[in-house]
Design a protein around this ligand. Structure first.
Ligand SMILES: NC(=O)c1ccc[n+]([C@@H]2O[C@H](COP(=O)([O-])OP(=O)(O)OC[C@H]3O[C@@H](n4cnc5c(N)ncnc54)[C@H](O)[C@@H]3O)[C@@H](O)[C@H]2O)c1
Ligand SMILES: C[C@@H](O)[C@H](N)C(=O)O
Length: 383
């Protein structure tokens, strides 16, 4: 609770133009990495880790900065990492304004990944050990604003790489099924194969994979990346090609009509968010010696819009789908249909738990009470 209020102060200070350096003052009680062991007497965040007395905890309780943390994936990953490393050791950041729920959940800062100086200040002042770089423009949004996508997804990655190299941080940044293209084997798509994507999003992600691996080999940077499939969650996504699947759940429970921008037979790899976030945290913690590669495919299921609709109809029998493919069809047609993730299973023990029916069950169970209490469930839904 207290940290939530403080976070609000950080946001206000930054939005009024206060330099990031002035966020750290003796009166700014950002708690240190092991606040519980300090017994609540932690007034100021010292810029010197030794004053916390927990040098040995860097391995087991690293301090993590998440960029672009207000999107579909950031809040969930912050929660998992806070459960593992302590609430105040995981700092969320974004260029958007955080909700009260985010501010109450733990530390939050304004951070634009295009602003290298501010990134440096945050990483030094808050003694960041791991950088999780989520700030990005997704596939459909990227195609509608290519110059911005190039800035955020390419220059932003350069900034993340440089900061991580300079301050010897571990860097995780996600790649995607969109890093493959029509020339890649699509059923299944292995970890290593030709990658010639046709979207700026895909091109920027191949660039990120290659640059990260280059920094690893050249400078010893602990770079790690997972190629995520479309992610299914109750929180709505930020403008990708796989978004239809999430909207289908919401529409099923409210209007019972979903307008689908893909053809009914468009198969894409997907996974449930809990599997993805657990895998991400486990991968970041995996011992370096276990990793034969720096970039791995992960996934769990693959389905088409008509297969997803059939599964959701077990709960909402009269769900209607109206198919009207648009520009996103071409993107989907160039992406993998099935994803091979055997290397992740073999090397660091990746194990997804949710299949299509498990995913649908938990989505309906999670969304139904929210829509019911908002009075938006259209008629009876089989629970
Ligand atoms: N969600 C998926 O299905 C999926 C699948 C594959 C890969 N990924 C990758 O995972 C990461 C997170 O995805 P997401 O779904 O949460 O994305 P999202 O679009 O929901 O959120 C991205 C966040 O980045 C922020 N952002 C944009 N420009 C920024 C800037 N200049 N500085 C700082 N932040 C900025 C946005 O405000 C937003 O909160 C991305 O790198 C994405 O490519 C996501
Ligand atoms: C697949 C992934 O990268 C994202 N959900 C998109 O569709 O753009």
């Amino acid at each position: 609770m207290a940290t939530g209020r403080l976070s609000r102060t950080f946001v206000r200070m930054v939005s009024t133009g206060t330099p990031a350096s002035s966020l750290v003052s003796p009166k700014t009680p950002m708690p240190p990495r092991a606040v519980t062991r300090l017994g609540g007497g932690a007034g100021a965040l010292s810029s010197r880790r030794e004053s916390h007395g927990f040098y040995k905890d860097v391995e087991t309780r690293p301090r993590v900065l998440i960029t672009g943390a207000l999107g579909q994936l950031g809040p969930g990953l912050a929660q998992i990492l806070r459960d593992r490393f302590g609430r105040d050791n995981v700092i969320m950041s974004d260029i958007n304004k955080a909700s009260d729920a985010v501010l109450e959940s733990g530390p939050f800062l304004y951070a634009d990944i295009m602003d290298m100086r501010a990134l440096r200040e945050i990483c030094v002042n808050y003694e960041i050990d791991w950088l999780v770089h989520f700030g990005a423009l997704l596939s459909a949004v990227g195609e509608s604003n290519v110059p911005l996508a190039m800035q955020v997804n390419i220059e932003g990655v350069h900034n993340a790489l440089e900061v991580a190299r300079q301050y010897k941080m571990k860097l995780f940044l996600p790649s995607t099924i969109g890093a493959f293209g029509p020339d890649s084997p699509r059923d299944p798509t292995p970890d290593l194969c030709i990658q010639r994507p046709r979207t700026i999003y895909g091109v920027s992600k191949v660039h990120a994979e290659l640059m990260g691996e280059y920094y690893h080999h050249k400078f010893g940077l602990d770079f790690r990346s997972l190629r995520y499939p479309g992610v299914i969650s109750t929180d709505l996504p930020g403008g990708g090609t796989t978004d239809y699947a999430l909207h289908m759940f919401h529409d099923a429970l409210t209007t019972k009509v979903h307008h689908c921008y893909l053809r009914p037979d468009t198969r894409l790899p997907m996974m449930y968010i809990d599997d993805l976030l657990t895998a991400t945290a486990n991968f970041m913690q995996a011992p370096d010696r276990a990793l034969r590669m720096r970039t791995y495919n992960i996934g769990s299921v693959d389905f088409t819009p008509e297969e997803l609709a059939a599964e959701i109809r077990k709960y909402v029998p009269d769900l209607e789908i109206v198919y009207k493919p648009d520009h996103r069809q071409e993107i989907a047609d160039s992406w993998p249909q099935r994803f091979s993730f055997v290397s992740a299973e073999q090397d660091w023990g990746y194990r997804p738990l949710y299949d299509l029916s498990g995913m649908c069950e938990i989505m309906i169970q999670s969304l139904l009470p929210k829509y019911k209490s908002a009075g938006r469930v259209k008629e009876e839904v089989k629970e």
